[in-house]
Design a protein around this ligand. Structure first.
Ligand code: CMP
Length: 145
């Protein structure tokens, strides 16, 4: 069982393909409250910092170049067992391996352009939320439910 908060980003490809509305509907239908949300275009340095944990992986340069190629939608999402349930909702990193009905199966076009990010632990949900939202915005968001 994870905590009641996760962080998510709709990635530039899904924003360009006009899937924001569809993806937000799926998230709300799954029981999440969107407690904080904003569109934002990352610089390459910001994307490099956000994904620093992957800096030695072969896909890192492609990932940070893609993530800074256009606006993303950053969100703090609230629900019981938020992190674990969200990773089921979005599906596997590789859209070809994602289950039918998951957000990545529906909207991703490749492993890099995989439509959406979701935190992989409660600790990263905190770190990633505070990367995009000020402490004041972020703490206020938790009072939504
Ligand atoms: P995300 O959930 O944002 O977290 C890290 C990202 O790295 C991941 O989604 C993918 O977009 C990307 N990624 C992970 N593994 C690979 C891979 N093997 N090839 C290309 N990109 C990958």
């Amino acid at each position: 069982m994870s905590g009641n908060k996760t962080f998510s980003m709709i990635k530039p490809g899904a924003v360009r393909n006009k899937h924001i509305g569809h993806i937000l509907s799926k998230i709300e239908e799954a029981g999440y409250t969107i407690a904080a949300i904003k569109t934002f275009k990352m610089t390459i340095d910001m994307a490099a910092e956000f994904y620093a944990v992957h800096k030695d992986r072969p896909f890192y340069q492609e990932l940070i170049s893609f993530m800074s190629s256009g606006p993303i939608v950053a969100m703090v999402l609230l629900k019981e067992n938020a992190v674990e349930d969200f990773r089921k909702l979005i599906g596997a990193t590789d859209p070809e391996k994602a289950e039918e009905g998951t957000i990545r199966k529906l909207f991703a076009t490749s492993k890099t352009a995989n439509a959406i990010h979701g935190s992989d632990s409660d600790e990263n949900a905190e770190r990633e939320s505070s990367f995009f939202f000020s402490r004041q915005e972020y703490l206020r968001s938790e009072q939504v439910i």
